[in-house]
Design a protein around this ligand. Structure first.
Ligand SMILES: Cc1cc2nc3c(=O)[nH]c(=O)nc-3n(C[C@H](O)[C@H](O)[C@H](O)COP(=O)(O)O)c2cc1C
Length: 323
């Protein structure tokens, strides 16, 4: 049995356009939404309908909620629970200083009791699968993490997704994947691991280790075919030596993304979402850093498309990638 592959929640990235792009290559087992602010959702902000657009496979979508106020999180959870989706995830891991300062994200990890009470209340309001995505905590203290997660389990959490870095650690320090296996031994519920998956081979390697699901973020933006390629590698590894290659038309994939963005995101989001996506996707190209600078100067989607097309008019040899 293959273990599930999950798309990570990523602000300004894990929206419908990216999900459709990934789905077009074969998809993954569950898509986590970008974090949705509980307060903004309840106050009916102008963009909330875009944040909760569950397409193209709402049955595979997990809504991720962020907030500092437990009443708001519970109410927003109950609201999302009424939509078609695969689950509700509570963000106890975001360590961006702006978020932490408000008491949201990883700030919840400072108190086992407060977090436990939050999850107990959400549990009573939500009938979908309830998961929590978190980090190790404020210190590199596995015992604290294990105690924290045991309490979340006791309060009804059904899945823990561990990004094994502390609150203060940036991407430069490697994720401590051994904690994923260790945490799994401590708990009776599934534990998914997340962090530093760079390729389909990495995804397969982590999936073969002690964890119940593997979540990938940045690599799935760079390579929207990542999950499909990993499934192929898994099958080939079992049945015969790897032989088949993936042929990707990078030029077309970029254009396809722009089209999806225009279709599924409001105009106010187009530039920021396009820039975020291409800041990763351009890593597939030899002159990608230069192209990122040019794309950042694009004033609208049409301008970005022109710059993208011009690049391949000059570097046609880069349009096709074989992986
Ligand atoms: C641009 C960006 C936005 C992110 N936004 C969120 C978020 O909304 N919620 C969340 O739980 N984690 C968020 N994360 C963290 C990712 O979900 C993930 O834990 C992290 O990127 C490590 O996984 P990776 O190495 O596969 O990218 C974000 C990461 C990035 C790079």
């Amino acid at each position: 049995m293959s273990i599930p592959f999950l798309l990570a929640p990523m602000a300004e990235l894990s929206h419908r356009a990216l999900r459709e792009l990934i789905e077009g290559f074969g998809g993954c087992d569950a898509y986590f939404s970008e974090m949705i602010s509980a307060g903004a959702l309840l106050s009916g902000g102008p963009f909330e309908s875009w944040y909760i657009d569950g397409g193209p496979r709402s049955e595979k979508l997990v809504y991720q909620l962020l907030g500092a106020d437990s009443r708001q999180i519970v109410k927003a959870g109950a609201l999302l629970d009424r939509l078609e989706c695969a689950g509700i995830d509570i963000n106890l891991g975001c360590s961006a200083p702006m978020i932490r300062k408000t008491g949201a994200g990883v700030a919840w990890m400072a108190s086992i009791d407060r977090a436990g009470e939050l999850i107990a209340r959400v549990r009573r309001a939500v009938r979908r699968r309830l998961s929590v995505k978190l980090r190790i905590g404020f210190q590199d203290d596995f015992e604290y993490l294990a105690g924290f997660c045991r309490r979340l389990e006791a309060e009804g959490t059904e899945l823990i997704i561990l990004h094994p870095r502390t609150a203060g650690e940036k991407f430069r320090r490697s994720a401590r994947w051994d904690y994923v296996g260790e945490l799994r031994r401590e708990l009776g519920i599934p534990v998914a691991g997340n962090g530093d998956i760079a390729s389909a081979a990495d995804l397969c390697r982590r999936a073969a280790g002690p964890c119940d699901a593997v979540m990938a973020g940045r690599a799935a933006v760079r390579q929207p075919w990542l999950f499909a390629q990993a499934r192929l590698l898994e099958t080939q590894g079992r049945e015969h030596p790897p032989c088949e290659n993936f042929h990707i038309n990078l030029a077309e994939t970029g254009l396809n993304f722009l089209e999806l963005l225009a279709r599924h995101q409001p105009p106010e989001f187009h530039l920021s979402r396009a820039r975020r996506f291409f800041s990763f996707f351009c890593d597939n190209l030899k002159w990608g850093n230069y192209l990122k600078t040019l794309l950042n100067r694009g004033e609208n989607l049409a301008g970005i498309e022109r710059i993208w097309r011009d690049y391949f008019a000059e570097h046609g040899e880069e349009a096709l990638l074989t992986v």
